[in-house]
Design a protein around this ligand. Sequence first.
Ligand code: AMP
Length: 545
Amino acid sequence: MFGLMQDRPLMISSIIRHAARNHTASEIVSKNVDGGIHRYRYPDLESRARRLVRVLKGLDIKPSDRVATLGWNGFRHLELYYAVSGMQAICHTINPRLGAPDIGFIVADAADSVIFAETSFAAIIEAIATQTPSVRAVVFMCDRAEMPALDLPSGMALLCYEELMAAETDDYTWPEFDERTAASLCYTSGTTGKPKGVLYSHRSTVIHAMAVTAPDVFGLRATDRVLPVVPMFHVNAWGLPYAAPATGASLIMPGRHLDGPSLTALMNDEHVTMSAGVPTVWLGLLHHLRASGERLETVDRLVIGGSACPRLLLAAFQTEYGVRVDHAWGMSETSPLGTMNAPVPTTMNLAGEAKLRHLEKQGRGIFGIDMKIVDDSGAELAWDGVAQGNLMVRGVWVASAYWGQEPGSACDAQGWFATGDVATIDPGGTMEITDRSKDVIKSGGEWISSITLENIAVSHPDVAEAAIVATSHPKWTERPLLVVVARPGATLDPAEVLTIYDGKIPKWWLPDGVVVLDELPHTATGKVHKLTLRNRFRDHLERQA
Ligand code: AMP
């Protein structure tokens, strides 16, 4: 017997309709490309999203068509999120930090019909235009006066967002359709191989939004002012563009400038209470705050994820600035939230070193996510906090296949998705990532955690950034090599840098060498490009010997 409750489809448009009716005073504040501030409220966003649907229909966009975006975090990008998915098309967010060949590949692979681009990305459009025959039009997200002059191939129209919007009305009613319909597409940054598309549905997006608003995840309320530093082109800005309007929280959109001074000013001017992003950004903010003496006047918590959160950030924001740091783990394939390190009765009273050690872990699965660790034969390993294995996940917002592949093809027969991360899980369910499986260092058959070594290295006062890579060793097969970048104005003595490990790690984990570089290579999502470093330093010890 079925229950007798209404079977309403979970629609992304219901989020913005809800915010427009129930949170009329909450704001969307955007830092524009020209540095100016734009502000409006949820009813304005919802009305402009409906108007934009009419624009899209005018461009002959049909259900399931891919509409690409090359945009910063801002109000027009938000309008596209809601209009494109709301009319049953697919919003394909593209990472502009990828190289033109990758972007060209992604646009062709997704067969995008139209690209909406920020004026700052005109050069990218010019570089890819001849390789993307599926694209009928490029719409620059600006006024007529700001339109870049571009020479596009014939058959590819050059259009102006505000001009198209001005010619339309908002006379449109959001339709209802199957909640499993595709809503957005995001390609994984892929540190190896070609990028692969993750195709989110209305159902997965709405359930993820509801899950992440919970108190022990993002803990959002209508009075919050949320600044997503994580870009809208990277896993839908961790779901914040959906979770914030679902709760009525205001959105403060930072645009392109994510450096310490710009973020501090925006956070203080706009009374931001919560923000989320990758460690690199927060290291920049911390360095700026320490150097300038400025304070974060209203921020009470930062969500840090995307890479392991260094202890330095966990300690410094709390003790020096009174800002709580919430450590999260996830990936494009998990929409992205998988785990969050929030206190439970057994950890809530931890203090000092024990607290920091606990916060370095990535946390417990949030409700909706199932986790396990397995050995190389697929056998499940104990949750004892010691056994390290391949982390597997499943849940309603976890990918079942990549764009263009058979449903279920990315999972095993029981629906488990292999994350490519290596982790331990303790008896309380707290998961700790020890490595990416590709980054693992196996010395004499034993694993050394590159993440642990990197986190300790960045606590050195003169180290700005650090990476640990495996380098070949005649006896131990692999040994860790530390690659570091000095803080501006500092010089690093390799032998002295290694003293930061004194008493903190088993002796045999100590890196066998230190290389100082001017900068580290990064992926398009701001993570250290380990593959480049591995290739460059694979034979480092042997060459030195
Ligand atoms: P992406 O799909 O680009 O978001 O990358 C996902 C990957 O980033 C994960 O599989 C992890 O390897 C890494 N990652 C994300 N969050 C964390 C974290 N808190 N600690 C360590 N690694 C993380």
